[in-house]
Ligand binder design. Structure first.
Ligand SMILES: NC(=O)c1ccc[n+]([C@@H]2O[C@H](COP(=O)([O-])OP(=O)(O)OC[C@H]3O[C@@H](n4cnc5c(N)ncnc54)[C@H](OP(=O)(O)O)[C@@H]3O)[C@@H](O)[C@H]2O)c1
Length: 680
């Protein structure tokens, strides 16, 4: 779609830098400064204007992008709407709520699209944060701290006048306010506000509005957020654009409400009483270009829509800023005038939600998050992570207690993994800790059941007692069904009674019951065929105790046997795999049939993490060798399920899904394949 820029300053250059990759073509540029307009227009092959009326008279571009100085936004937008053009405008929509509402009303009346920056609610870090806010882990959010600092614009901006004119509210505060309004809906009132007229004496240029303002704003959905906006707090302030939200059961920290990309540490989570842990976005990093806002608006216009949803939110943000100023001036509570502006009207989907790109849509947990515009209510509107069992996160978490010949407690690490954002947990009756995991899942700070993918496994001694084993595990975990219930091994051993709460027994007793031997010390086997056990698993599936079925440690011939006889085919196959043992044949067989493969023991192969080839690839991406060992799987659509008791490892392992391997990396890793590999 053709578009024209009004304003050719610093921000216009940022928008222009994304044009080439976008679906928009810039045909005209207008700026009061004809030279500036000319330079930007020449670079884009567009026509330059120094008068907006001339541009509107001569150009047919249906979309105008308003990139003028803050105080000029409203008048320029009004002129463009009056000329029957769709408009995307930089923030703020206006400096006055009445004017902002008039713009929205004009666009609505004329059937024109009106959008407004910022686009932060549609960027990865903020969407990732939102996913945590909607999965029930925090309980009701009651309190927040938002920092909306712009910094000393006289020190860092070439052209600070526009910022000095409007103060910190109508620039910096718009970021957290837009995000919070998109998450929680309208603000009812500013409970209290105060302003400080602080500015360095040495500065010649001084702000036109108060440079520092504090306020407590009350959202209708419940949270009260203390918002601090400042031109005085300098750029190196520890808290600059951050947002911290506290619920009854945990806290969320977003390092930058305006982030256009999700860095590994942008979002972190503090589960009930636990230290904060980074919650890395589980996709390779991508930066939303500035032009994304106009581009998205153009796409909606191209579909025959004329969205004004973003502008309504922007108008509400202006009303909140106005109310903060009034509250600071009057020293009293101020109701926000248009707090019932219908921001969240049910069914208002005029602006299509943006979905993160996926190399494999089925491996993107972020897509399970809420869509733009769904209010987060304190009634914990949990979101369904997956609507089919086959949708798996990129990296899962192993819950086995067995570690280098001994048993270790895993519950603290499983709690940290929940906080970091792991969604898939690989448990088994053999691991003996299902009761403890169940207690954890039931405790404050854990996400709702719908947000998790829980795997259970029937142990070798229970092939004739599959239902008893499964019900026992479900009972211990306190859940109704497994997302996938797996055969731990194809080998059947002699029944040893129910294996409940093994972790509470002495180790010798646990081993006696789980690894029974005959008189000659060999495993005490049972004569049960794979097909027979699978039929028992299928009955569990029929009864709704297992949403899908799977098998571990199976060979290709086992899988071919199952393919011939199974009524409910396996959805998941879990095998040992790492660069020494890629198991390409099984992986290909499974992927050709829509079966997901999970790689168990992905890191513990002796010597793997110090292999030169692995370390070289790791150096190239500035990540650990372990991250590359895991990215090796993510890259080929296999889900690794590493275990770790170290919070730093656990976060790095989840972040392995952010590594994008190159063809050269793949070639290097392929050299590690060792057909003779034997762990023992
Ligand atoms: N179906 C089956 O038969 C089967 C068999 C085996 C395993 N599994 C599943 O697979 C899961 C994982 O397998 P696994 O327990 O054998 O271990 P693994 O994940 O291959 O390796 C775990 C070891 O690697 C270390 N580690 C983890 N992250 C690291 C990092 N970033 N850098 C350096 N070292 C790191 C851990 O130490 P730290 O704690 O210090 O990080 C631990 O010593 C199990 O928990 C279980 O769920 C299934």
């Amino acid at each position: 779609m053709k578009c024209a820029f009004v304003g050719a300053g610093a921000v216009a250059r940022k928008y222009a830098s994304g044009l080439e990759e976008s679906s928009l073509s810039l045909t005209a540029v207008c700026d009061l400064d004809a030279d500036r307009a000319g330079q930007l227009a020449a670079a884009a092959g567009a026509t330059a204007y120094s008068d907006l009326d001339d541009l509107l008279a001569a150009e047919s571009a249906p979309l105008l992008v308003n990139l003028t100085s803050h105080a000029a936004h409203a008048d320029v937008t009004a002129a463009c709407l009056d000329a029957d053009r769709h408009v995307f405008t930089e923030k703020p929509l206006a400096l006055d709520a009445t004017k902002a509402r008039e713009l929205v009303a004009t666009a609505d009346r004329r059937g024109l699209a009106l959008g407004c920056a910022p686009i932060n609610h549609a960027c990865d870090a903020q969407r990732h944060a939102r996913d945590f806010l909607t999965d029930g882990r925090f309980g009701p959010i009651r309190l927040g701290y938002a920092h909306a600092h712009v910094g000393r614009v006289t020190e860092w901006h070439d052209d600070p006048d526009s910022f000095l004119d409007v103060g910190p509210l109508y620039d910096g505060a718009v970021y957290p306010l837009s995000l919070l309004v998109s998450w929680f809906g309208p603000v009812d009132a500013v409970r209290v506000a105060d302003a400080l007229d602080v500015w360095p004496d040495r500065e010649d240029r001084t702000p036109g509005r108060v440079p520092h303002i504090e306020s407590m704003i009350e959202f209708r959905a419940g949270p009260v957020v203390r918002l601090t906006a400042s031109l005085y707090a300098p750029h190196r302030s520890r808290e600059f654009n951050s947002l911290e939200l506290h619920g009854d059961d945990g806290s969320l920290y977003l390092a930058d409400t305006g982030a256009l990309a999700a860095k590994r540490e942008t979002v972190s989570v503090g589960g009930a009483g636990r230290p904060y842990v980074a919650a890395p976005h589980p996709q390779p990093e991508r930066t939303r270009p500035y032009i994304f806002g106009p581009e998205r608006l153009a796409a909606a216009i191209g579909d025959g829509n004329a969205p004004i949803r973003g502008a309504r939110r922007a108008a509400h943000v202006v009303a909140v800023c106005n109310a903060i100023e009034r509250a600071a001036a009057d020293g009293s509570r101020v109701d926000v005038e248009d707090s019932d502006a219908g921001l969240l009207a049910v069914g208002d989907r005029s602006c299509p939600p943006i979905r993160p790109p996926t190399r494999d849509a089925s491996t993107n947990p972020s897509t399970g998050g809420a869509e733009e515009g769904d209010p987060i209510s304190n009634r914990s509107a949990s979101q369904t992570l997956r609507d089919a069992a086959i949708r798996l996160p990129s990296v899962g978490f192993g819950c086995s207690r067995y570690r280098d010949g001994e048993y270790v407690d895993r519950i603290d690490s499983i709690a940290t993994a929940l906080d970091a954002g792991y969604r898939l947990f690989d448990s088994a009756e053999l691991y003996g800790n299902e009761t403890r995991i169940g207690n954890l899942l039931d405790a404050p700070g854990s996400p709702d059941r719908e947000g998790l993918f829980l795997i259970g496994k029937v142990w070798n001694t229970n092939h004739e007692h599959v239902e008893e084993a499964c019900r026992g595990s479900l009972d211990e975990l306190g859940v109704d069904a497994f997302d996938s219930y797996l055969l731990h091994w194809p080998d059947a051993w002699a029944y040893q009674g129910p294996l409940r709460d093994l972790a509470s027994e002495p180790v010798e007793k646990q081993e006696e019951r789980t690894f029974p031997t005959d008189d000659s010390g060999d495993p005490a086997t049972a004569n049960v065929s794979l097909e027979e056990t699978w039929r028992r698993l299928e009955e569990l599936h029929d009864r709704g105790l297992a949403r899908t079925l799977g098998a571990c440690n199976v060979s290709l011939s086992h899988l071919e046997r199952l393919a011939e006889t199974a009524r409910v085919p396996p959805a998941i196959v879990q095998i040992e795999s790492h660069p020494y043992l890629p198991r390409a044949e099984i992986v290909e067989w499974c992927h050709a049939r829509g079966v997901r493969v999970l790689a168990h023991s992905p890191l513990s192969a002796p010597g793997l993490l110090t292999e030169d080839a692995l370390c070289a690839v790791a150096d190239g991406h500035d990540v650990s060798p372990a991250a590359v060992a895991l990215a090796f799987h993510v890259d080929r659509g296999v889900v690794p399920i590493p275990a770790s008791n170290d919070p730093a490892h656990l976060v790095a392992n989840l972040a392995a899904a952010r590594v994008r391997l190159t063809p050269d990396d793949r070639r290097r890793l392929a050299t590690l394949e060792d057909p003779e590999f034997d762990r023992d």
